[in-house]
Design a protein around this ligand. Structure first.
Ligand SMILES: [Zn+2]
Length: 428
């Protein structure tokens, strides 16, 4: 049995509001939340003075690269990065090698996650090999607890196949998540199509490549009655469609990444592949639309799309480098810094709302009350720090934020009642 933990001196913030309280954890469960707790003498005291004690963050979208691309990341290293970023749960995307498109590979990744610093959940592929040709055995994966299915990295192009996937997902009670990109419209593009792509002479991806698939899937969700989750939305056009779908009470949820509310396509002027990502960085008007959608509830969650790549891959010329950037260790601070939202709203977007979408409510995302699972993070919202790529826990270094000054840092993370991060240091 794990030692008792007391989180001392912080302000508890969860979906029910905020209050000054200590939190006592015993055997994986919160056993008391009170103003001035008597803790057993043997308890490990974690100082939360000046900090917010929150439910652990939940990432709907992380690429852990295992199996197959262990030089970029492993389940272990990615989970450590997650814990340092305040996450207690994440959903590992299935575009691994082999892809997570069968019970055998689901089982393999879940086993790799068993001793990790973070509760590793797995998304299964919608189609075999993520090839978009025939449905993967979603039922056998759902039987192992898979709750989200996606071909992320690509969208499912065939509308008829996607309709059948919706029908299966509805029967299985699982959620389809779409990477919205029309392959034919996006073909050959390496950045956002607009003023900067013209100036730089880099082929562009038009906003319509995202918006057209959102429109199609909103229609299919309405046709089948099955819910859909839109991954990493980046355009004002697609966001307007989601806003209209929600107004019509359709079962639609959406996420946005920190880079899509932080960086513009102008960053690509450096030709540095660190700024290559899919969907691409967009102009200021789209960034403003993402921020407005996070503020008004059109977008439900902030997801990292943490996408590690080894140094040599990101040293290729822009048009040859793979898209993607690290995200797990910077998401919280970027949300605090860049969004003009109270911390409680930021935490809703990073913790309890994504927990609900992932089917993890009850285990993650709070509220922090007697009897709740002890998946918690302690945040010093005023701590200033500088992003130093070499100090990140990820195996990769492809952060676009090197040298950036951020505010807000995770002090402690508690996973199932165990301290996995203490004073900003990983314990495993
Ligand atoms: Zn994607």
């Amino acid at each position: 049995m794990a030692a008792d933990i007391v989180l001392r001196g912080g302000a508890v913030v969860d979906a029910t509001g905020g209050r000054r309280a200590d939190v006592l954890v015993h055997d994986g469960v919160v056993t008391a939340v009170d103003g001035d707790l008597e803790a057993p003498a043997s308890a490990l005291v974690l100082d939360a003075g000046g900090c917010v004690v929150a439910p652990g963050l939940v990432d709907l979208h992380a690429h852990l690269r295992q199996p197959g691309r262990e030089e970029a990341e492993t389940v272990e290293s990615g989970s450590r990065a997650a814990a340092l970023g305040g996450y207690t749960a994440l959903v590992a995307m299935p575009n691994t090698d082999p892809p997570i498109d069968s019970a055998a590979v689901v089982r393999e990744v879940l086993e790799l996650g068993a001793g990790a610093c973070c509760d590793v959940r797995v998304a299964g592929a919608i189609t075999k090999g993520r090839r978009g040709e025939e449905l993967a055995p979603m039922g056998e994966m759902a039987a192992l607890g898979v709750r989200i299915f996606t071909d992320d990295g690509n969208g499912v192009q065939d509308a008829r196949l996607m309709r059948r996937a919706f029908e299966y997902s509805s029967a299985l009670g699982v959620l389809l998540a779409q990477h919205c990109e029309d392959d034919e419209l996006a073909e050959g593009g390496h950045m956002h199509e607009g003023e900067w792509s013209s100036r730089l002479g880099i082929p562009g991806i038009p906003v319509e490549a995202e918006a057209m698939m959102v429109a199609r899937d909103v229609a299919l969700a309405e046709l089948t009655g099955a819910p859909v989750h839109f991954l990493h939305l980046s355009t004002a056009m697609a966001i307007a469609m989601v806003r209209a779908a929600k107004a019509a009470d359709l079962p639609v949820t959406a996420e946005a990444t920190p880079h899509h509310f932080t960086l513009t396509d102008e960053a690509v002027a450096s030709y540095d592949p660190l700024f290559k990502v899919n969907p691409p960085l967009r102009p200021r008007a789209d960034i403003d639309a993402v921020k407005a959608a996070l503020a008004d509830g059109t977008i439900d969650a902030i997801a990292t799309d943490h996408a590690p790549h080894p140094q040599e891959a990101k040293e290729l010329p822009f048009d040859q480098a793979p898209p993607g950037m690290l995200g797990l260790e910077t998401a919280l601070a970027l949300a605090i810094d860049e969004l003009d939202l109270p911390l409680e709203r930021v935490l809703a977007l990073l913790s309890w709302q994504p927990a609900h979408i992932a089917g993890l409510a009850g285990q993650h995302g709070g509220p922090i009350a007697e009897g709740a699972a002890a998946n918690l993070c302690v945040i010093d919202a005023d701590a200033r720090w500088v992003v130093e790529p070499e100090r990140l826990a990820s195996r990769s270094r492809n952060t676009p934020y090197a040298g950036r000054k951020l505010t807000g840092k995770v002090r402690h993370t508690v996973l199932r009642g165990e301290p996995v991060v203490v004073d900003g240091e990983a314990q495993r």
